[in-house]
Ligand binder design. Sequence first.
Ligand code: CP3
Length: 355
Amino acid sequence: MTALKNDRFLRALLKQPVDVTPVWMMRQAGRYLPEYRATRAKAGDFVSLMKNPELACEVTLQPLDRYPQIDAAILFSDILTIPDAMGQGLYFETGEGPRFRKIIRSLADIEALPIPDPEQDLGYVMDAVRTIRRELNGRVPLIGFSGSPWTLATYMVEGGSSKDFRQSKAMLYSDPQAMHALLGKLADSVTAYLNGQIRAGAQAVQIFDSWGGSLSAAAYQEFSLAYMQKIVNGLIREHEGRRVPVILFTKGGGLWLESMAETGAEALGLDWTCDIGQARARVGDKVALQGNMDPSVLYATPAAIRTEVARILKAYGAGSGHVFNLGHGITPQVDPAHAAAFFEAVHELSAPYHA
Ligand code: CP3
């Protein structure tokens, strides 16, 4: 494999010295980019795009070609590939988000779910990872990802997106054994899936726990963090002679950073509700931090974006261990020129913190 030309993202995750703070953006390949919309139109729809390794590679590279500052690529895919491979039948209703043809509601449904084999059942994802690594040719590292068991379970039980998680929380409280059976199967599936991505060439992995923050403190420990811990314990941690860092991102998890830092993950993703300087003081040397600008700042002027980037860099302070990102994904309405202002500001303003 080609040597990495830019490894500051991997170095920052391991708290090794860097010249400037590395940056990438959640959903950096997405609908705010006209070139993404053109490739999606060529594919027909989002699911067809995601299942086509050549086109998935094309959209993964689009933000890197437009914004030379980006320090990491993220596999273009979705967290819902696993429930799809378990037989639920993923599709997207225009303007309504993800849906499943089959919904999971009982212990019998859960017991019937297979644990997908990454190469057999999710081969299109593994092929996309291999294709992207080849095309990146060492430019920047490639991030693989998965949803957390709890986050995947909410989609599987609700049948799609939800505001109140009525069905999944009802199962959690009225039939905890069934929920544990589902989460256990998902933890095994996610571990195999991420290890498949690592073998195929992913150089860091992120676990998206988008809905962990909807849980009570006690339920978070038992139904989300415990299963992410199982995954961390089962992951390949060295590949191609390098550490493969793990990033845990619980949106709304700012109150629980200390326990997340105990899992053995290298880094924690932060949403914008916590102060990154206070977060750093709380976790100490245990983990690196990734985040945490409110994506809505990108609706404001380039000058306002720069001011907010400067504020977050200052809050984190001097030294390595910070990967700049948004606190959640960029939205489709953002002007691509505003994303440019964000990427440029991170590199331009961060050098003094690494002197
Ligand atoms: O970050 C990246 O650039 C990589 C690609 C990526 C996508 N989804 C592509 C996508 C990643 C990392 C994801 C993760 C994902 N998918 C999460 C976790 C992160 C988060 O946002 O909290 C979740 C919850 C999903 C499930 C999902 N996929 C939803 C709820 C939706 C619809 C909502 C929306 O944004 O429209 C998707 C669709 C989706 N996944 C799109 C993209 C680019 C938009 C679909 C389109 O192009 O029409």
